[in-house]
Design a binder for this molecule. Structure first.
Ligand code: GAL
Length: 406
């Protein structure tokens, strides 16, 4: 927690500087501007001069390349800012890129980082299957790669840091199960699913976690997927886009619910898709019951919807802690240490993290050693306890939650 608080403090200081007139850096490689509430990270810039109050970790200054997918989704702005701050505070130079959700651009961005001689890469892949060439280049140059949050399907991936993705889906499914009291209520209830980006290795894990939890009730007839769309391939959302989720939800509502059929719940894999589904229900759903809607990430717009009763829950992932794990792992790798589950005890984190050498394969039979953090459920009732008390968000003057760095 100490590290997280220090980080939050550092981000607040950045904000003060920005408020005092420092113009945020433009991002030349991402056409989507960062939400105003998020400090603009240093993007696509040459390595900084590395000046810091803390001593450099080694005699020779090391540079870490941080490749994030896009600024269009709120969480990646937080991740990029946290990682950048963490690594700089520990004395590393950083290069941070956002690639506008374009895989080819991410390949170029990573190639540029390798050309600039980075010592380690932290990559949140846009498409986990599209980085082979550049991953092989990293391997040939002996540059270790940490797959950040999303697995990269290439055996040069050194380690994977993420949250337990399957559990995210289980938490969403369990929320629906409990909210509808599926074990006791007579039912049947009607439900729909919206999944994530098929290019994102995490997306099927989220979907399967939710589906596996609810499938017994679908099989017994207590839950009915009226559209019949129960496969991930039918419910995926390209690039997690709100508009794509909105369009499909409108189609489903028009085709299956326009006759007054009641919709009880809609499992959405994350908050950006949840926004689209919520909008479709507001504009196109004929019923007047309140529909249970899930999400993931704790985006500010969704926290507003949760407070207003339009979305039921979000699965929150403390990305500040994900950055802490990534930094400690990177330090150990760069110091030439053998990294295994001992890192968890040695680092003394005050949050839970599991070491897993089985669940995530970069190719058939080749599991990537993974550090998996634990996601948490946030609702209107526990929002302040889960998000404000630990310092991740503050309550704004209008009573809604705002990011502390904003
Ligand atoms: C996933 C990530 C989620 C969510 C989603 C959309 O890979 O784990 O937290 O942000 O992408 O970007």
């Amino acid at each position: 927690m100490k590290k997280v608080l220090a980080l939050i403090l550092a981000l607040c200081m950045c904000l003060c500087l920005a408020a005092c007139g420092e113009k945020p850096a433009e991002n030349p490689s991402d056409s989507n501007p960062a939400p105003a509430a998020t400090p603009a990270p240093a993007e696509n810039k040459a390595p900084s001069d590395g000046k810091t109050d803390e001593p450099a970790p080694t005699d020779e200054q090391k540079t870490v390349g941080i490749a994030m997918p896009t600024q269009a989704l709120e969480r990646w702005n937080r991740d990029g800012a946290y990682l950048d701050e963490q690594f700089k505070a520990a004395g590393y130079e950083t290069i941070v890129t956002y690639s506008d959700n374009k895989s080819e651009q991410q390949v170029n961005d990573i190639q540029n980082m390798l050309a600039q001689g980075v010592d380690l890469l932290v990559i949140a892949a846009i498409d986990g299957n599209a980085l082979n060439t550049v991953m092989n280049d990293a391997g040939a140059a002996d540059v270790p790669v940490i797959a950040y949050d999303r697995l990269i399907m290439n055996d040069n991936t050194s380690y994977y840091v993420s949250f337990d993705n399957y559990t995210v889906g289980v938490l969403q499914g369990t929320y629906v199960k409990e909210a509808l009291d599926l074990d006791n209520a007579a039912g049947p209830f009607n439900i729909e699913f919206t999944g994530g980006d098929p290019a994102d290795n995490n997306a099927p894990f989220f979907f399967n976690g939710a589906m596996d939890t609810l499938k017994p009730y679908i099989d017994s007839g207590k839950l009915i997927v009226v559209s019949g769309q129960t496969e991930f391939s039918a419910v995926g959302t390209e690039q997690w886009q709100t508009d794509v989720a909105l369009d499909r939800a409108q189609n489903v509502l028009a085709s299956y619910y326009a006759d007054g059929t009641v919709l009880d719940a809609w499992v959405c894999s994350n908050d950006s898709t949840s926004l689209g589904v919520t909008q479709a229900i507001e504009s196109d759903y004929a019923g007047d019951n309140s529909v249970i809607i899930t999400g993931q990430d704790g985006d500010v717009a969704n926290l507003r919807n949760i407070k207003d009763g339009k979305q039921s829950m979000t699965v929150y992932k403390a990305v500040a802690n994900e950055a802490v794990v990534t930094l400690d792992l990177a330090k150990a790798i760069l110091n030439g240490e053998t990294v295994d589950e001992g890192l968890i005890a040695a680092s003394g984190w005050d949050f839970d993290c599991a070491y897993d050498v089985e669940s995530y394969e970069t190719s058939a039979g080749n599991a990537c050693p993974s550090f998996l953090l634990v996601p948490d459920v946030v609702t209107a009732d526990n929002m302040e306890e889960k998000l404000v008390t630990p310092g991740y968000y503050v309550v704004g003057t209008d009573g809604y939650l705002e990011a502390t760095n904003g």
